[in-house]
Design a protein around this ligand. Structure first.
Ligand code: SAH
Length: 255
């Protein structure tokens, strides 16, 4: 039996101009599309291209179904928003291959990168990721909250800028506020916090507040939150949003 192909494609944060030509080409050649409804809806599929949209929480099941179809000879595309390797489908497909039948290793597997949310949000604010940084998903669906708490303290005390993905959801309304409380014990209240909502989409909103004033209700599920360090700076401007940046050098203020 001829095995097919499975490409995991990153669609970028939402603005079609921020989807790479490589991603667009991968979408053109594929026949079957798997992904979360809103991402599949973003594609301009031809009538001969089949949609297999599913709910957000079914990532591993979706990966397995996509792999089965590729193992049977299909040209399969699995889509993610942003970059597919950042808290998204590429790792889910790898987990499924790792645990799945040997045949799945013969599939022509590839990953096409995309602009991840923190990069889209950072670009809107200036250069907050100009120094060392890390990305943390605040969702405790796949890891315990106490691990997240430890990582927050470790990152804050080591002087990393932090980008929070999945900051809040209806099932987890309190976590972002708790995360800010933890950070306030380790970082100055003046540290800039950027709330980047729906970056690259028509309803985009960017808000910058000092850590002392940051609250959980300033974010929703479509928000990526970037927390600076004691070194992160604001350039105030008249009638414009300030520019936020983290200098490339380290002079040892706080951290
Ligand atoms: N693979 C995606 C991330 C998936 S996790 C990526 O690389 O961007 C989902 C989280 O990503 C959301 O809860 C939010 O924190 C963030 N996110 C996704 N798209 C976003 C956008 N356009 N603007 C701001 N944050 C976004």
């Amino acid at each position: 039996m001829t095995t097919g192909s499975l490409t995991v494609v990153g669609l970028g944060p939402g603005n079609p101009d921020q989807m790479s030509p490589e991603a667009a080409a991968a979408v053109t050649v594929a026949e079957d599309f798997f992904g979360y409804f809103p991402y599949i809806d973003r594609l301009n599929l031809r009538p001969d291209q089949r949609r297999h949209a599913s709910d957000n929480r079914e990532e591993l099941a979706r990966a397995r179904t996509a792999l089965e179809m590729a193992a049977g000879g299909g040209k399969v595309c699995v889509v993610s928003g942003g970059d597919p390797g950042v808290f998204a489908m590429a790792a889910a497909v790898c987990e499924a291959i790792d645990e799945g039948p040997a045949l799945w290793r013969e599939i022509d597997f590839s990953v096409v990168p995309g602009i991840t949310a923190m990069l889209a949000v950072a670009a809107k604010a200036g250069a907050p990721l100009g120094h060392d940084f890390c990305a943390i998903s605040l969702s405790n669906n796949l890891k315990p909250w106490d691990v997240i708490e430890k990582r927050l303290v470790a990152a804050a005390t080591a002087g990393f800028v932090m980008a929070f993905y999945n900051p809040i959801s209806k099932a987890r309304p309190h976590q972002l506020g708790e995360a800010f409380d933890i950070l306030r014990a380790h970082l100055p209240g003046t540290v800039p916090v950027i709330f980047g909502r729906a970056a690259g989409r028509p309803d985009e909103a960017i808000r910058i507040v000092p850590l002392a004033e940051a609250t959980g209700d300033m974010a929703d599920m479509a928000t990526c939150v970037i927390v600076g360090t004691a070194e992160t700076r604001l350039i105030e401007r008249e009638n414009r949003r300030p520019i936020v940046y983290s200098p490339r050098y380290f002079r040892g203020a706080g951290a």
